[in-house]
Design a protein around this ligand. Structure first.
Ligand code: SAM
Length: 231
């Protein structure tokens, strides 16, 4: 049975005030002791996502890269360190302190990380725009953001704000571009059902395998990840 975004019980992880508190705290820690904050899904997820990017996205011609819900920016810093042009890398998040934090980390890290652009944007309300006004990217990334959105409060008809997410994602992926998502709330099949359809214009391309667990005769993955392509 597939998990509908409306089936998930709402939780504080689906509220902006939760993420504002998280990043206010991470920002003050960074300013006080230089701690860059939590690596959501762990180092392993960053390594695996960067490996996927290196396998499928050529460094030249320079690809444009967007992360939706970029948090402290760790994934984008890793992609830039892998050789991708930081001036074409863009992170958006609806929490202002997340943006302040990622900008500060970029400046402190230097070596090009300071050239990555981070801007406040509520992706469910607004369209992220590149410096030259662009609205489509060669590669769009989501690490835990759809998961957070799917835990938001439903409206009086039981609809989740996250229901509109897949079609918004479809609009910001360029033709022949990719969308790569890692999730802890949805299985691979559920991600395929939500993102690979005529509404998004995306097709399933590949997956990233994460370690699996076995419990009570059932097995599954801790995280799921698929990549989709716009033909
Ligand atoms: C689980 S965290 C992951 C952060 C980051 N991707 C990482 O891996 O560290 C989810 C992120 O999504 C952001 N977020 C949630 N809803 C959003 C929305 N509607 N628009 C933009 N960002 C959003 C939160 O502020 C938070 O930074």
């Amino acid at each position: 049975m597939s998990t509908d975004t409306s089936d998930l019980p709402s939780s504080k992880l689906g509220t902006k005030s939760h993420w504002d508190d998280v990043y206010a705290n991470e920002l003050s820690n960074f300013e006080e002791i230089g701690d860059e904050g939590e690596i959501w899904f762990g180092e392993d997820s960053i390594e695996k996502m960067v490996e996927w990017v290196q396998d499928y996205i050529p460094i030249s011609p320079t690809p444009s890269i967007l992360e939706i819900g970029s948090g402290n920016g760790t994934l984008l810093f890793a992609i830039s360190q892998a050789g991708y042009d930081p001036t074409h890398i863009f992170g958006v998040d609806y929490s202002e302190d997340a943006i302040k934090l990622s900008r500060s980390i970029g400046v402190t890290r230097g070596e090009g990380s300071e050239l990555i652009r981070f801007e406040v944007c509520d992706f469910l309300q607004d369209v992220p725009r590149g410096e030259d006004g662009q609205e489509e990217w060669d590669l769009v990334l989501d690490k835990g953001t759809f998961d957070a959105m799917a835990l938001a409060e439903k409206d009086e008809h039981g609809r989740s704000p996250a229901d509109g997410y897949p079609s918004r994602v479809g609009k910001v992926v360029k033709r022949e571009g990719f969308f790569l998502i890692v999730s802890c709330n949805f299985t691979e099949d559920e991600l395929k059902e939500k993102f690979a359809n005529s509404e998004t214009g995306l097709e399933y391309h590949s997956n990233i395998k994460f370690p699996s667990f076995a419990f009570g005769g059932h097995s599954g993955n801790v995280y799921s990840s698929i990549a989709l392509r716009k033909p």
